[in-house]
Write a new protein. Sequence first.
Length: 367
Amino acid sequence: MRWDDVAGATRDLAELELSELEGALTPSGIEPYRAKQIYRWIHRRAVLDWAQMTDLAKRHRTALAEAFHLSTPNIAARDRSSDGTEKFLFELADGRRIEAVYIPKSPADTFCVSTQVGCAMQCSFCLTAKMGLERNLTAGEIVGQVRLLRSELGLLEQPINIVLMGMGEPLHNYDATMRALRILTCPDGAAVSPRRVTLSTVGIVPALARLADEPVMPNLAISLHGTTDEQRTSLVPVNRRYPLAELLAACRAFPLKRRNRITFEYVLIRGVNDSVADARRLAGLLTGLRAKVNVIPLNAAPGIPHERPTAAQIDRFGKALADCHVTVSIRKSRGRDIRAACGQLLVETGQQSPGQRLAGMLGATDG
Ligand code: SF4
């Protein structure tokens, strides 16, 4: 159920695309040309209510307030890591909670945002998986995370990177995610360059084919994590449905811009997928693909039945990949002390209760 269904009545202005907003203003007696003005207030200046739209006549602001609402998550908690990473717990209008993470200067300021409340994908190394899927986010709620982070952090003017790698699998909430991307990249609004947006997915193959035809094309990151079907299925159960050969064929068919590459995320887990043989098999799978590998040493957490490899094992794996001429980076985990690192995003269940708090979060919510 969408939250504005809960709220009742009015349309959510935060999830209208510019062309839709132009059409939606007419019944309220507001000229369509004012749509760009309103869009800028919402998405570029990140105002939270109509009263702040000071270059609009009062009667226009009143008409907007009667015809629309503007969904913006509330900040329920905010936690700052010793390395500057900040984790935000957002409460939505229906009381459900999600998390987003701000990673400063990595090298650009990066927002990691959620696309679902929880996740249905059941990856074995991921805390978010423990929530199950509670519901999809609306495009307004996805965009709202970015608006709020920009305004809270004073980053309205600077270029930002966005990674759809918070809670949820973005391609499992396809339409809302694509709408959010169109809104975020609209030049009259937030104007985020698609080159600065990365969509991370476990690889829902039919959705990848749809994505290939989208007008707004984000960078693509595939959560691979395994080098045989048996191994990957044990870590990423959706592999049963879309096995490695099918997924990699979809990646080979994916249209890449010049000099662009697909990132393959690989959570490195001690004794599971961290051998030199795994590294060599991984290199073999990626042969002929314009690819780079992002190795993410597991962030161990209570309830996750896996361990982080030692530093020596991590180095050995990275070197074996590099020896096979694969471009590889080993992700430095940030925000581990506040559970904002990969695979650590989890909002405890019973979220509707007011006292509940976020237990951990982001990361491998690779989506
Ligand atoms: S890793 Fe991503 S896709 Fe897998 S369960 Fe976690 S959030 Fe979902």
